[in-house]
Design a protein around this ligand. Structure first.
Ligand SMILES: Nc1ncnc2c1ncn2[C@@H]1O[C@H](COP(=O)(O)OP(=O)(O)O)[C@@H](O)[C@H]1O
Ligand SMILES: [Mg+2]
Length: 319
C-alpha cells in the first residue's frame, strides 16, 4: 500500500491560553494510505482541529514532520499545499460575494485546472449538493447548511490527492447533515479519495470511515479499524437486581469469569454491576445465575457515552 500522508511526532504548543502554554498536539504519529478514509475522533479540545490545521499548512507546528506523498510540508510548503484541500470547521472557506459556480471556478482555478476542462465536474457538484436553484445567489445569502455544502464542493473541485475534513457535519440541521454524510459515504465507498475526517461524533466516523484514530489530550490513544473499535463501544454498564442472596460458590463463579464485576446486597436483594459486551457476555451472566437458581428481578442498562469510553480507553481499562 502506498502511504500518502504521514505525520511523525507532530507537536503543537500554543504559547498561552490564560497565561499557561497549551500542549494541543503532543507527538502525534500516524499514516494514511492512498484512498483510505480515516476518522480522527476525539472529544472537544482533543487536538483534532490543530492537527488538521498543521497538515493543511495553516498553522506552524512546534515540531515534527508532515509528509504528503514524499514531500515534507514544512520544508516545501508550496509543493505540499498543492496536494491537500481542507474543509475547516466553522471557517467556511468560500468567497461570500461569489455565487456557488463562481466559487467553484475560482477554487478549480487556484489549483491550476482550466475552467472549461472542469465544467462537467462543476455541474456534477452543483447537482450533487443541490445548489442548482442557488446558482445566481452570492454565497453570503445562502443558509448555513448550503454554505457548508458549497465549502465541501470547493474542496472537492480542487481534486487534490488528500482531503482534510474538520467536523464536516458540525452545526448543520439534521437533513443537511444526513445529506452530507451520504455524499461522504459514497465518496469513501468509491475509494477514489484519501480522506482524513475529524469529528467528536462517533456515529459520523462509524458511518464513513474504515479506520479511526482516537485522540485525547493531544495524544493518539487508539489507531484501529472501526469494526474493532465498535467492539469496545458495545460494552455497556449493566445492573442486575436479584432476589435473595448468592451462595459463595456462585459468587466465585461470577467473579472468576468477570473479575471487574461488583456485588452488593441489602436484606433481601443482591445487586450485580458489570460492564459487559452486549449480547454474548450478558447472556453468560444470565446463564450462570439461572444455573444457580437465582431469580433476576430486573436488569438495568446504561448505554456508554463517548466521553466515558474515552476515559476508559485513556485509563487503559478498555484495551
Ligand atoms: N489559538 C489557540 N490558542 C491557544 N490555545 C488553543 C488555540 N486553539 C486551540 N487551543 C487549545 O488547544 C487544544 C486543542 O484544541 P483543538 O485542536 O481545537 O481541539 P478539537 O478540534 O479536538 O476540539 C484545546 O485545549 C484548545 O483550547
Ligand atoms: Mg475542532
Amino acid at each position: 500500500m502506498e502511504t500518502v500522508l504521514r505525520v511523525k511526532d507532530l507537536t503543537k504548543r500554543y504559547p498561552r491560553r490564560r497565561d499557561k502554554p497549551v500542549m494541543a498536539v503532543d507527538h502525534v504519529s500516524f499514516s494514511v494510505d492512498k484512498n483510505e478514509v480515516v476518522g480522527l475522533l476525539g472529544p472537544n479540545g482533543a487536538g483534532k482541529t490543530t492537527t488538521i490545521k498543521c497538515i493543511a499548512g495553516l498553522i506552524k507546528a512546534t515540531s515534527g514532520e508532515i509528509w504528503l506523498n514524499g514531500v515534507e510540508a514544512q520544508r516545501q510548503p508550496k509543493k505540499a499545499m498543492e496536494r491537500v484541500a481542507a474543509l475547516l470547521e466553522g471557517n467556511r472557506n468560500i468567497y461570500w460575494r461569489l455565487t456557488p459556480r463562481e466559487n467553484l471556478e475560482f477554487f478549480a482555478g487556484i489549483q491550476g485546472h482550466q475552467v472549461r476542462k472542469v465544467k462537467a465536474y462543476i455541474d456534477e457538484l452543483i447537482e450533487l449538493f443541490d445548489l442548482k436553484d442557488k446558482e445566481k445567489t452570492s454565497a453570503r445569502m445562502l443558509s448555513r447548511g448550503m454554505q457548508q455544502k458549497l465549502a465541501l464542493a470547493c474542496a472537492l473541485i480542487r481534486q487534490t490527492e488528500i482531503l482534510l475534513l474538520d467536523e464536516p457535519t458540525l452545526g448543520l440541521d439534521v437533513e443537511t447533515s444526513y445529506e452530507l454524510r451520504n455524499v461522504l459515504k459514497e465518496m469513501a465507498a468509491r475509494g477514489e479519495r484519501t480522506i482524513l475526517l475529524s469529528s467528536h461524533d462517533m456515529h459520523v466516523v462509524q458511518d464513513i470511515c474504515e479506520r479511526v484514530i482516537v485522540i485525547n489530550n493531544g495524544r493518539v490513544v487508539v489507531d484501529d479499524r472501526v469494526a474493532n473499535l465498535m467492539k469496545l463501544f458495545q460494552v455497556s454498564a449493566y445492573r442486575f437486581e436479584l432476589e435473595g442472596h448468592l451462595v459463595k460458590e456462585l459468587e466465585m463463579k461470577l467473579k472468576e469469569r468477570f473479575p471487574l464485576l461488583a456485588l452488593s446486597s441489602t436484606d433481601h436483594r443482591t445487586y450485580i454491576d458489570a460492564d459487559l459486551v452486549e449480547g454474548s457476555e450478558l447472556y453468560e451472566v444470565l446463564d450462570i445465575l439461572k444455573a444457580g437458581n437465582i431469580q433476576v428481578k430486573s436488569i438495568g442498562h446504561k448505554e456508554p457515552n463517548l466521553e466515558e469510553i474515552f476515559l476508559a480507553i485513556v485509563k487503559g481499562e478498555l484495551k
